[in-house]
Design a protein around this ligand. Structure first.
Ligand code: SAM
Length: 220
């Protein structure tokens, strides 16, 4: 059966691309084993949904590599009661993984068509603990702040100040920062009025375009 084939591919993805590279958080591994990634890629690319790579999703954007989704999810250290903000809904795949891990997920996407399609996929999979908004995610989503975790799935030139302000006490911000070719994945943890940053490794993302991101035309 077709679905059996995808289950096998997903199992191999988690084992060889994620666990083998050092992601140990059992909740993240379990979430990655459950979310059907083939639902989140364009129909013509379903056969490549479990490949070890990002894939195009339209509007010049991508669904991130599975390992990157797992790595960023683990760095967020999400608890089951946490509220999480995602900037860059894209296909909705990372949002689905977050829905498995958190109590509530708010996700913001710049392109209305991508937001609408992602919402449809998440609803079809019976996720109910999310809201997707269309807008400039570099501003965060102050109406629902503060957030225990904020994940930015596009490359920023610098850390947007509104996102720091919308972190809850003890909250974590996971964000790729740097120039077009390669960024550094940063984790910033709020401790009272202090923000403690660590650099976790390099990555390559499409640009975060917005008021506190790249400007149109100056993007990568
Ligand atoms: N998380 C997505 C997934 O699971 O498919 C992948 C995200 S893709 C690498 C980056 C996304 O960020 C794109 O969909 C892009 O349109 C979006 N984006 C870029 N700048 C944005 C902004 N200022 N606000 C919201 N979304 C933005």
């Amino acid at each position: 059966m077709e679905e059996d084939r995808y289950i096998g591919l997903r199992h191999n993805m988690v084992k060889h691309q994620i666990a083998a590279r050092g992601i140990k958080d059992p909740r993240v591994l379990e979430a990655m084993s459950r979310v059907p990634r083939h639902i989140f890629v364009p129909a013509g690319l379903s056969d490549r949904a479990y490949d070890d790579s990002p894939l195009p999703i339209g509007e010049g954007q991508t669904i991130s590599q599975p390992y990157m989704v797992a790595w960023m999810s683990a760095l967020l250290e999400i608890g089951g009661n946490d509220r999480v903000l995602e900037v860059g809904t894209g296909s909705g795949y990372q949002a689905a993984v977050l829905c498995e891990l958190a109590a509530e997920v708010i996700s913001i996407e710049k392109y209305p068509d991508l937001a609408r399609e992602a919402e449809g996929r998440l609803r079809s999979l019976a996720y109910r603990n999310f809201k997707i908004y269309v807008g400039d995610g570099t501003l965060g989503w102050p109406e629902k702040a503060p957030y225990d975790g904020i994940i930015v799935t596009a490359g920023a030139p610098s850390v947007p100040q509104p996102l720091l302000e919308q972190l809850a006490e003890g909250g974590r911000l996971v964000i790729p920062v740097g120039p077009s070719g390669m960024q550094m994945l940063n984790v910033i943890r709020r401790k009272g009025s202090e923000y403690l940053a660590s650099e976790e490794g390099t990555c390559v993302f499409v640009p975060l375009v917005g008021k506190f991101g790249w400007r149109r035309g100056r993007a990568f």
